[in-house]
Design a protein around this ligand. Structure first.
Ligand code: PEP
Length: 250
């Protein structure tokens, strides 16, 4: 099965609505590889405006976070139906910044992924280890434990619809990138786990993205690894030229 190549932008808490609209417009003015699925994960305040722009079919929008409930007294949270009503079709779940600053646990993130899937949103499910864990050589076990704990709540059919993003925390926003070999090692381990837990067909169909200081200069080599199906890109997605070059690196 041919997996989707995906280049996903994570703008984090950057840009005003007007700046975001200008950035998306500039990005879409580039000749973007039509075989790549492009996903722009923008602040929730921007998504409706981005959804109103005329963009190519292979450019989608996504939220950076969702809540598990559909509506109610949850001040400040954003539900899946709200996200969908903006035109967004993806949602980042479990970014390391949400795990670290907002104490989101593996189990809660499994609930978020389940909520997203129940509404037809595609979760970009993030996992990854910190520097201490990497230095101790426990990175593969750590990531497998994250996935096992979150995916315990999901059916096989639900897991099949996920996009997974491996993001070593030590490489996020630091300028330090995992080597192509380090990325491949983890992506292969994730795919082996998926094969053992859900079968070969499902494991081969799931796109696994790498995130952590991806830039035009390193994207081609990282995306060229057999189990790397694209990237989740923070800093370099805030400039249309550099993100377009990353999209065109498959
Ligand atoms: C991210 O925010 O998911 C990320 C990978 O950031 P950066 O590309 O800036 O390291």
């Amino acid at each position: 099965m041919k997996r989707k190549n995906i280049a996903a932008a994570n703008w984090k808490m950057n840009t005003t609505v007007q700046e975001g609209v200008a950035l998306m417009t500039e990005l879409c003015a580039h000749d973007l590889d039509r075989d790549a699925q492009v996903v722009v994960c923008a602040p929730a305040t921007h998504l409706y405006s981005l959804g109103q722009l005329s963009t190519p079919d292979h450019v989608a929008t996504g939220g950076q976070n969702i809540y598990t409930k559909d509506s109610g007294a949850y001040t400040g949270e954003i539900s899946c139906p709200m996200l969908l009503s903006t035109g967004a079709t993806y949602a980042v779940v479990g970014h390391s910044e949400r795990r670290a600053y907002f104490a989101e646990t593996d189990e809660f993130l499994g609930q978020k992924a389940k909520a997203a899937l129940s509404h037809g949103l595609t979760p970009i499910f993030c996992c990854g280890e910190g520097l201490e864990i990497r230095k101790a050589g426990n990175h593969v076990a750590h990531v497998m434990n994250q996935l096992k704990a979150s995916f315990a709540l999901l059916t096989k059919e639900e897991v099949a619809k996920l996009v997974i993003a491996y993001e070593p925390i030590w490489a996020i926003g630091t300028g330090e990138t995992a080597s192509p070999e380090q990325a491949q090692e983890m992506h292969a381990a994730i795919r082996t786990f998926l094969t053992q837990a859900y079968g070969e067909e499902i494991a081969q169909g799931i796109s696994i993205l790498y995130g952590g200081s991806v830039k035009p200069a390193n994207a081609k080599e990282i995306f060229g690894q057999p189990d790397v199906d694209g990237g989740l890109v923070g800093g370099a997605s805030l400039k249309a030229d550099s993100f377009a070059a990353i999209v065109n690196s498959f």
